[in-house]
Write a protein that binds this ligand. Structure first.
Ligand SMILES: Cc1ncc(COP(=O)(O)O)c(C=O)c1O
Length: 410
């Protein structure tokens, strides 16, 4: 990692031109980072640089530009490797995002290695992208999905979790941080239990990598996925990390250019990792932009980012708790950057619309996590999700805007 510079949020904010925009004449307060984070100048500059200076298709051209683009893309892969401390760059598969990463594992590993009656353990707080691909396999292959419950605070009930294992359990697929509640799950412990039961572990790290240091080797995760756009990088690019031995044994997910070694009508042989899983022209600029995002986050230092965001979340939680018509969903002991709440009987969409008019961008709805909403008997919540550029002053703006919601609907 690059040497971390001192954390000064006002300086950091200047890296994000969009934060100086106004919405309905009010300075923007962007609290929808869980859905997608804004991009620093460093990432935008990297994208501009690719397209203006070194753009061509990769891995096949002998010409100079193709070599430059290939080098930049492979350098980005190595940055991502370092970012999550994977052992080798070949274990980093560039995909469209977390959704595609999970679908890849389900379609390739799941189809090849799961048999009817085999079991996959999910949790009730998974994002739909970590539910539906497994349902495809249930419908196609007759696998069984087991669902781990959570407490009223939004914490996994570890005793109940442990009871879900049996000799048919082949995989646990679990979020590292809940996008709807902010719960940080005890991922190291879960992976240990999964392995002790002869199962693999896939971790959905979408809401974790922007907020905390992740070390896939220390965790001993078998698969780890995340999306670039939530990590201050471009959309359309994400990462599937997999242990090389597992990826090697898995069949390709899609067929086409880039992923082959040789093709005849009689027989095709496949390329080595990581290219076996990267059919077609990849998102070249996206990968390079993700490399720039990783550099950016590393330059600030995830420890400093974590400390800053922990302070902002604690402050927001304290201020919310002081409002007696606000109910918070997700009060786990360990949380990251997410505050889900409702205001009395006011519909979250109505509240969100008023907050928007006050310049405060939040998410309202089920957050693509309907089962956990059902768990709390709540069709929707308002979600403020914080990023490395948010401040206590912005929390004050959110609280003031909630006052406005109350004036209008209360
Ligand atoms: C926990 C979690 N998993 C998966 C996803 C899906 O990410 P993407 O839409 O970038 O593939 C999200 C996005 O909100 C998420 O929060």
């Amino acid at each position: 990692m690059t040497a971390a510079r001192a954390y000064d949020v006002e300086t950091v904010r200047r890296d994000f031109p969009i934060l100086s925009e106004t919405v309905y004449g009010k300075p923007l307060v962007y609290l929808d980072n869980g859905a997608s984070a804004q991009k620093p100048r460093q990432v935008v500059d990297a994208l501009r640089h690719v397209y203006e200076k070194e753009y061509a298709n990769v891995h096949r051209g002998v010409h100079r530009l193709s070599q430059l683009a290939t080098e930049a893309m492979e350098a980005a892969r190595d940055k991502v490797r370092g970012f999550i401390n994977a052992g080798a760059a070949e274990e980093i598969i560039f995909v469209r995002g977390a959704t595609e990463g999970i679908n890849l594992v389900a379609a390739s590993w799941g189809r090849r290695f799961l048999a009817p009656g085999d079991e996959v353990i999910l949790t009730v707080m998974e994002h739909h992208s970590n539910i539906v691909p497994w349902q495809f396999l249930r419908d196609e292959k007759g696998i069984v999905i087991r669902v781990a419950p959570i407490s009223d605070e939004g914490e996994l009930l570890m005793d109940e979790y442990a009871k879900l294992f049996n000799p048919r359990t082949k995989l646990v697929a679990i979020t590292h941080v809940s996008n709807a509640l902010g719960t940080v799950t005890p991922i190291a412990e879960i992976i240990r239990v999964a392995h002790a039961n002869g199962a693999l572990a896939l971790v959905d790290g979408c809401q974790a990598v922007p907020h905390m240091t992740v070390d896939v080797r220390t965790l001993d995760a078998d698969f780890y996925v995340f999306s670039g756009h939530k990590l201050y990088g471009p959309t359309g690019i994400g990462v599937l990390y997999g242990k090389a031995a597992l990826l090697d044994a898995m069949p390709p997910y899609q067929g086409g250019g880039e992923m082959i070694s040789s093709v005849t009508f009689e027989k095709t042989t496949y390329a080595d990792l990581p290219f076996k899983f990267e059919a077609g022209t990849p998102h070249i600029a996206g990968a390079i932009g993700l490399g720039a995002a990783v550099d950016y986050v590393a330059s600030l230092g995830l420890d400093r980012i974590h400390a800053h965001e922990t302070d902002v979340l604690a402050y927001a939680t304290e201020r919310m708790k002081a409002l007696n018509d606000v109910r918070i969903f997700g009060t786990a002991r360990e949380k990251a950057a997410i505050l889900s709440f409702s205001i009395d009987a006011i519909h979250p969409h109505d509240a969100g619309t008023i907050l928007d008019r006050e310049g405060v961008a939040v998410r309202t709805g089920h957050h693509c996590a309907q089962p956990v909403m059902d768990r709390f008997g709540q069709p929707a919540t308002i979600r403020a999700s914080f990023g490395l550029y948010n401040t206590r002053a912005e929390v004050d703006r959110l609280i003031a805007a909630i006052g406005r919601v109350r004036e209008i609907f209360g």
